[in-house]
Design a protein around this ligand. Structure first.
Ligand code: 5RP
Length: 236
């Protein structure tokens, strides 16, 4: 373990390190995005270099692709891989049913496509991501730039009568300009505080024209590897 890690980084590191035990030579592995997934990529890079691990990695963002190449991992596209043995990714929230909110890093679209195209999805997270009910973390929704304000209004209207506690929506910014995803889209963050019926909400949001995908991952994750600040790890 690297020395001088803060408790939160130690928790992320130990979760990532533990998740490498799911990876075997010959596998095609989806590589998530974010600070926890970055630890995973570094750990896998070390195993490629020092232990002869042979994997093909499918990154879920340009950031992860750069990191993986730099770590010595062979990178291929999802179209080259077609189907993956395993995806390992972080999350912004996970609940007791292993449903997730993802997209805090803005990569939810590729993350959902890659995870869905995998035999198994393993989430790595520090324990602060654990919630009883999803929704304290703002729900990211990727929308196309054309008419995004109309899409925002339609999303807000669709929330009326839904089992949520708030309905404000903000356009994610990158300084003075709207954040742009790898696919050239924008992100609307939905401040819902509590999502009572995540499955229903996901279906409703995805039916709105202009919405590309939302950050609710329902029935996609198979296991969560949870890291603690004292170095303990738990698998659920
Ligand atoms: C990126 C994601 C990340 O997995 C999520 O934001 C968690 O990030 P971190 O590991 O940095 O806390 O969904 O789109």
């Amino acid at each position: 373990m690297p020395s001088d890690l803060s408790p939160i980084d130690k928790a992320k590191f130990v979760a990532a390190k533990q998740a490498t035990t799911y990876v075997q030579s010959g596998m095609k592995v989806g590589l998530g995005t974010g600070s926890t997934a970055a630890w995973l990529v570094r750990c896998l890079g070390e195993m490629v270099r020092d232990e002869g691990l042979r994997i093909k990695g499918v990154p879920t963002s340009t950031r992860t692709a750069e990191l993986a190449r730099g770590a010595g991992i062979e990178v291929i596209s999802l179209d080259e891989a077609k189907w993956l043995d395993l995806t390992i990714d972080g999350a912004d929230e996970y609940d007791g049913d292993l449903n997730l909110i993802k997209g805090g890093g803005g990569a939810l679209l590729q993350e959902k496509i890659v995870a869905t195209a995998s035999d198994q999805m393993v989430v790595i997270a520090d324990v602060s991501k654990q919630v009883e009910t999803l929704g304290a973390f703002p729900l990211p929704v990727e929308v196309i730039p054309f008419g995004w304000q109309t899409t925002k209004t339609l999303i807000e209207e669709s929330l009326i009568g839904m089992d949520v506690l708030g309905n404000t929506t903000s356009l994610r910014m990158n300084g003075e300009t709207p954040f742009v995803t790898d696919e050239g889209n924008h992100i609307l963050d939905l401040h819902l505080h509590r999502i009572g019926n995540a499955r229903q909400l996901s279906l409703v949001i995805n039916q709105i024209p202009g919405v590309v995908e939302n950050g609710l991952f329902i029935d996609i994750c198979d296991s969560v590897v949870i890291g603690y600040g004292d170095g303990r790890v738990e698998v659920r």
